[in-house]
Design a protein around this ligand. Structure first.
Ligand code: GLC
Ligand code: MG
Length: 527
């Protein structure tokens, strides 16, 4: 069967505030992204997913949407967006937008109406409840960003539910008018030519209709993320959510080859339910296991095996290494191992998503207290939960502010930007950027790496090995040299790419010596 672009392709996430600033206000924008499309085309990715660019008071940096059908002036105009879409399409790049349906901004006209009176026609568009008998919140539900998830609206005497900030009231997806209004939003962008959506916190959309308390989490200890003190059983992953997603999916299916990606943080057996019964759900329920897994070859071998086994018939896999909510891969596993991670991401079976800057090995940037922006860090400080470190400006050059802006960047630029930037890395044939470029070119040239079968190969210690069609991938997930005993079918295989970018054409007898933090891709003999 012919595979679709979102099955073959590689997705690149742009965090728009930090990618490229065109007007010197220190915040990235759409013309900035447009001016850097050539980087993405050169790199060899297929689609760009842009985090929210809609009008927003920016309490959660765009994940608090005040108008679902516009562009924030900070980022440009609708004309800029159409221009970006045209320019991207002209380079063969797809454009994926971020859809934030679980909650709006409290500044959205819908919420203004909803909170204006108990009788307002939009009252039922959000989740309103009477206070508990003691006047407190209706139940024990917690906000992901700290504290109760209920905010009292003094004017109407009821509480509204917000899974995130009080400035992000949750929409009521049990209300058919909300469903229709949000489908219209999707149509608005799909009609403009957008190639798909990444749907924010899709597993949150439906909450328990009896508003039962969430149970305590017995594993929670003082000092941990307070949200995790309860298990979000009544507030997330409710069975009815799949009907809502199926409705969204039917709309996508009215357009050719549009992709529906769901943001879902759940254990694998629950995650795969988001493909929906008979694949009527998300095309790609984001698989964050590589983000969360302990970086250990045996463990990751197990994670991949479990995921492959859990996929429903016909469900297409995907892998994510980083995003704007997670510490950067180069900081999690170190710069040498980040190269092995790149090879892993781009050779596993399934659509890879990479995060801007990871291709040049960007690391978390320490944020001085006075420059903290993320509300999560402000509300729950000092636990390393803040997301600013992984959201710092893209490092384009050794020029002022790494070529990101001529003004004062909204978050600090990494100190090492004079060495670590796109320009320098492009001129260095051994850089991680050169490795990404080579890996992406190889994928594109070899369809088996994009869509071929995945077969695990027995390995020990720090070695992870698998076969993709005619290719053998052997990765050393540790810093010490390893000896890999090649199975008979791998004898005579030829190295075609090493993370160290230096041992091509070497052929393997029965053993392969891997250096510390080295991964290799080999072509099997006779293939
Ligand atoms: C998602 C986004 C995150 C945001 C949250 C609330 O998890 O990725 O950045 O804060 O939803 O919208
Ligand atoms: Mg700007």
């Amino acid at each position: 069967m012919e595979q679709l672009w979102w099955q073959r392709g590689v997705i690149y996430q742009v965090y728009p505030r930090s990618f490229m600033d065109s007007d010197g206000d220190g915040v990235g924008d759409l013309p900035g992204i447009m001016s850097r499309l050539d980087h993405l085309a050169w790199l060899g990715v297929d689609a760009v997913w842009i985090s929210p660019v809609y009008p927003s008071p920016m309490k959660d940096f765009g994940y608090d949407v005040a108008d679902y059908r516009g562009i924030h002036p900070l980022f440009g105009t609708l004309e800029d967006f159409d221009g970006l879409l045209r320019e991207a399409h002209g380079r063969g790049l797809k454009v994926i937008l971020d859809f934030v349906p679980n909650h709006s901004s409290d500044q959205h006209a819908w919420f203004a109406a909803s909170r204006s009176s108990r009788d307002d026609p939009k009252r039922g568009w959000y989740i309103w409840r009477d206070p508990a008998p003691d006047g407190g919140p209706p139940n024990n539900w917690l906000s992901c960003f700290g504290g109760s998830a209920w905010e009292l609206d003094a004017h109407t005497g009821q509480y509204y539910y917000h899974a995130f900030l009080p400035e992000q009231p949750d929409l009521n997806w049990r209300n058919p008018e909300v469903v229709e209004a949000m489908l219209d939003v999707l149509r608005f962008w799909l009609d403009r030519g957008v190639d798909g959506f990444r749907v924010d916190v899709i597993w949150h959309l439906i909450k328990d209709d009896e508003f039962r308390d969430n149970p305590r989490n017995p594993e929670w200890r003082e000092g941990m993320d307070p949200f995790q003190s309860l298990m979000p059983e009544q507030t997330t992953d409710r069975p009815e959510v799949h009907q809502v997603i199926a409705r969204m999916r039917r709309l996508f299916d009215e357009y050719p080859e549009r992709v529906l990606i769901g943001e879902i943080y759940l254990p694998v057996e629950r995650l795969v339910a988001y493909y929906g019964p008979g694949l009527t759900g998300a095309h790609l329920p984001f698989n964050f296991q590589l983000v969360q897994a302990k970086w250990d070859a045996r463990h990751i071998a197990r994670v991949v095996a479990e995921y492959e086994a859990a996929l429903p018939e016909g469900g297409w896999p995907n892998w994510v290494l980083g995003n704007h909510d997670q510490h950067r891969i180069a900081s999690r596993v170190g710069p040498a191992q980040a190269r092995v991670a790149a090879m892993l991401l781009l050779t596993l079976r399934g659509t890879p998503t990479l995060y801007y800057g990871d291709e040049i090995g960007m690391r978390d940037v320490p944020i001085p207290p006075e420059r903290v922006q993320d509300p999560f860090e402000k509300n729950v400080p000092g636990k390393g939960l803040g997301r600013d470190p992984e959201r710092t400006p893209m490092q384009w050059s050794a020029g002022p502010n790494a070529g990101f802006t001529t003004g004062e960047p909204w978050l600090p630029v990494a100190e090492n930007f004079r060495e670590a930037n796109v320009e320098a890395a492009r001129n260095d044939p051994r850089s991680i950027l050169s490795l990404y470029h080579r890996l992406l070119a190889l994928r594109r040239a070899e369809p088996e790496l994009e869509t071929g079968p995945y077969t695990p190969v027995a390995a020990e210690g720090d070695v992870l090995a698998y076969i993709r069609g005619e290719f053998l991938v052997v990765l050393n997930l540790g810093p010490r040299p390893q000896l890999f005993h090649a199975p008979p079918e791998a004898h005579g295989a030829q190295v075609i790419l090493s993370t160290h970018l230096d041992r091509e054409h070497e052929s393997v007898a029965d053993a392969l010596h891997l250096r510390g933090d080295e991964g290799v891709i080999l072509r099997l003999a006779g293939a």
